[in-house]
Design a protein around this ligand. Structure first.
Ligand code: GLN
Ligand code: ZN
Length: 761
């Protein structure tokens, strides 16, 4: 019984990776310092995993930005606009991700989107027709040698060819990506052959697409691809996670490979079924420590499960269910949590320790350590189950009641639009932003001082009011139409609500990578959720008191709050979402009473929560739409409801987006070149749309001509009177200098459009 891991968080215990990479981007450190920091991070991660008792350590899981992007660079999938440096280097990689790096010219960055149903973002590979693939595997080979020289037994980890191809987009016209497969597999074969020249026995190829509904041509493609790869002298462990293989098991069961990893958490009981059917020569890697949540494993139960699996299939390995990149690094750093609650949890380091313990127990080497670990994990499960905070009967009754009747607004959009126009008096092509303004050092310092009791509530309120007044003044000055308060009080759009709602637990250091150097600290939902007091009125109401123009109240939607938290594993997702929606409904009512005429409910995570299998879609989307109705359905007809979504594939859920019945949606579009709007046009989307015209992930300031051109393109698809003008997403990660220029350009672009429209009319 071998204990292994699919991937470890790259961040380091104190977000060391983020700090190193940002210092490099700023020019405060050079490439050599960056490389040294990377080696130190990897060394520590391997040390920890080895000490936890893992027998095979992952290599290739480390990345400065994203492992899919690294793979693109390794395979030479580098769009032409970045091909000035040869060979491609670290800065090429950063320019693909961000449009800019310490060296090399700026260029439009690659698209970014969510990795399956997670909040991890990858950089979308761009394939051109007749795409050539190269092999530049020095980096991976170097890291393997690095680990070997430290005396570790390693297993390189690479995204498999079918998943890689599936995740990419075609640039310069549509073609069948599968046409590229033979050449791609050829490149993979060369990489594997290079790895095979090192003292490495196993390689892990991740094919999570096997947990999805695949077209027959893609299912068939596994045979040829792995037929070739299986012959490169390495044992291949094919890793599937995030769901069940179901019918796709047939695509892998006869491949010339040596093992299969199955997700025993999200894949449910399929693990047992596969154990009974798998080729006895193969390794079955059982993912039975949850890599997607933070709950402590019930070791006794897991051991029994593994023992039963081993009865059915002798060659058994044990692992987390998926890469641990989705969980925080180390629970031991959480000194602020109470002892009892802490005993319920496990982060990456604790999870690899659980894996190590389980393997030892199954090998009969558990001993006293094992006995006490089992006892502790049982005690934790008991204490959690018995906690009174986990069930609030009053709230449960309210959830049942509200779900029994439809909550959608009664007046149809068309009629509401007339009333809203009368009340808000907005111009054609109204301009607005998504909510947050730059989070300056001054803002962060004020929040930190308040948290540490350096300043009192009154002083804090005064500072925040000052920030809000500045942001309102700026927006009035440049002539935006619907203003925001700027969200200075929010460290994060989910954590902020987590702090104010009952039933959430906040960590001090529970960072998880979201994209590149961006991290979030997802709150942990441990109990039933209630709202003890209004959460946002204080700030939004103040902002509205400063201006005649409408201010948008800003809330994070129930699906996003739940998806970007660590949810409970003892109630359904639906129950959790409705509980949050009810709390938000009360907040919306307070905002409306407080004089806000426009309220935005952000749901950027709606798409990523979509089940990987179509079978689960209806249920999920029904719940998402209903929760939006619960949140917003109580407002007056002339209160304008907005929603916002970003960095997802929206085309296949347009009917659900329309069913939200939001008056306005602002949606990220600039990275996809407005391709998104085709879908909205074909679908005949009923209400108003603001396609983002300012890519907020790039430090570049788009000139007015560029934004006007984007809007002109949008106008071809969407009736002018339904078009809004806004950035792609919130501005909190940007600096004021860029933002003030970019927003002024944006207002100028809207003015040009209005002039054109008048000229024609
Ligand atoms: N209102 C949020 C902001 O502007 C939305 C962020 C998001 O969509 N991720 O920051
Ligand atoms: Zn967004």
């Amino acid at each position: 019984m071998i204990a292994h891991n699919l991937g470890f968080p790259r961040l380091g215990p104190h977000r060391d990776m983020k700090k190193a990479v940002e210092s490099y981007w700023r020019g405060d450190s050079d490439g050599r310092a960056l490389a040294a920091e990377g080696a130190a991070l990897r060394r520590r991660n391997w040390r920890w995993q080895a000490d936890a008792g893992l027998d095979l350590l992952p290599v290739g899981d480390f990345s400065w930005y994203d492992h899919v992007l690294d793979l693109s660079v390794m395979l030479g999938v580098i769009p032409e606009r970045f091909q000035d440096a040869s060979p491609a280097d670290t800065d090429t990689m950063f320019r693909m991700a961000r449009g800019r790096a310490p060296s090399g010219p700026d260029a439009r960055p690659c698209e970014m989107t969510k990795w399956f149903d997670t909040n991890y973002h990858y950089i979308v590979p761009e394939f051109s027709r007749g795409q050539c693939f190269d092999v530049a595997a020095q980096r991976l080979l170097g890291e393997i040698e690095e680990a070997l020289s430290l005396g570790h037994k390693v297993k390189p980890v690479v995204v498999g060819p079918l998943t890689y191809l599936w995740l990419g987009k075609t640039a310069g016209g549509h073609f069948d990506k599968l046409d590229l497969l033979p050449d791609l597999v050829d490149a993979y074969a060369r990489i594997l052959a290079q790895i095979a020249s090192l003292p490495v026995e196993w390689v892990q190829l991740d094919e999570p697409v096997l947990a999805m509904d695949l077209p027959q041509s893609w299912r068939d493609a596994f045979g040829a691809a792995y037929g070739r790869l299986g012959a490169q002298g390495l044992h291949i462990l094919l890793a599937v996670y995030f769901g069940e293989l179901k019918e796709n098991f047939d695509c892998v069961k006869d491949l010339p490979i040596a093992g299969l990893h199955v997700d025993g958490m999200m894949g449910g009981g399929e693990l047992e079924e596969i154990a009974g059917r798998l080729d006895p020569e193969w390794v079955l890697s059982a993912g039975i420590v949850n890599g997607r949540n933070v709950w402590r494993n019930r070791l006794g139960e897991s051991r029994e499960r593994l023992a039963a699996l081993q009865e059915a299939h002798d060659r058994l390995w044990v692992a987390p269910s998926c890469s641990l990149v989705h969980v925080p690094v180390d629970l031991d750093l959480e000194s602020g949590l109470g002892i009892e609650i802490r005993s319920w949890l496990a982060f990456a380091r604790q999870k690899v320790a659980e894996v190590g313990l389980l393997a030892r127990a199954l090998r009969g080497e558990g001993g006293g350590d094992w006995e006490s670990a089992v006892a502790e994990s049982e005690e934790a499960a008991q204490s959690r189950g018995n906690s009174p905070q986990t069930c609030n009967p009053e709230l449960r009754a309210r959830v049942d009641e509200i779900m029994a009747s439809p909550q959608k607004r009664k007046t149809p959009y068309r009629r509401r639009a007339v009333l809203q126009e009368r009340r808000l008096k907005l111009p054609m092509f109204p301009t607005t932003t998504i909510g947050s303004f730059p989070q300056t050092a001054r803002i962060r310092e004020a929040r930190r001082d308040f948290r540490k009791n350096v300043i009192d509530r009154e002083q804090y309120t005064e500072k925040m009011r000052g920030e809000i007044a500045d942001v309102i003044g700026f927006q009035e000055k440049i002539g935006l139409d619907v203003l925001v308060h700027g969200e200075p009080e929010r460290n994060d759009m989910v954590e902020y609500f987590g702090e104010l709602l009952e039933g959430f637990l906040l960590t001090g250091n529970g960072w998880v990578q979201s994209y590149g150097s961006r991290c979030t600290k997802p709150p942990i939902i441990f109990g039933d959720i209630t709202r003890p007091a209004p959460m946002t009125l204080e700030w939004s109401g103040y902002a509205q008191s400063l201006t005649q123009k409408p201010v948008k109240g800003m809330l994070t939607g129930a699906v996003t709050i739940l998806r970007w938290s660590f949810p409970r594993d003892d109630i359904s997702q639906r129950q959790g979402i409705y509980q949050i929606a009810l709390a938000l409904r009360d907040e919306v009512a307070d905002l409306e009473k407080g004089g806000l005429r426009v309220i935005q409910v952000d749901e950027p995570a709606l798409r990523e929560g979509l089940p990987l299998r179509k079978q689960g879609w209806r249920d999920y989307l029904d719940c998402a739409v209903r929760s939006f109705h619960v949140t917003t359905g109580g407002v007056a007809d002339d209160t304008q409801v907005h929603t916002h979504m970003c960095y997802s594939e929206f085309n296949d859920i347009l009917d659900a987006i329309a069913a939200l019945d939001s008056d306005v949606i602002s949606i990220e579009a600039s990275r996809s070149n407005m391709e998104l709007l085709d879908a909205f046009e074909h679908f005949n989307y009923p209400s108003e749309i603001g396609p983002g015209v300012y890519d907020i992930h790039s430090p570049r300031v788009p000139p007015p001509e560029q934004m006007a051109a984007s809007l002109a393109a949008a106008k071809e698809k969407i009736a002018a009177r339904r078009l809004w003008v806004n950035p792609d997403c919130g501005l909190k990660t940007r600096g004021w200098e860029e933002v003030s220029q970019a927003l002024a350009n944006m207002v100028e672009a809207a003015k040009r459009l209005r002039r054109d429209a008048r000229g024609r009319g």
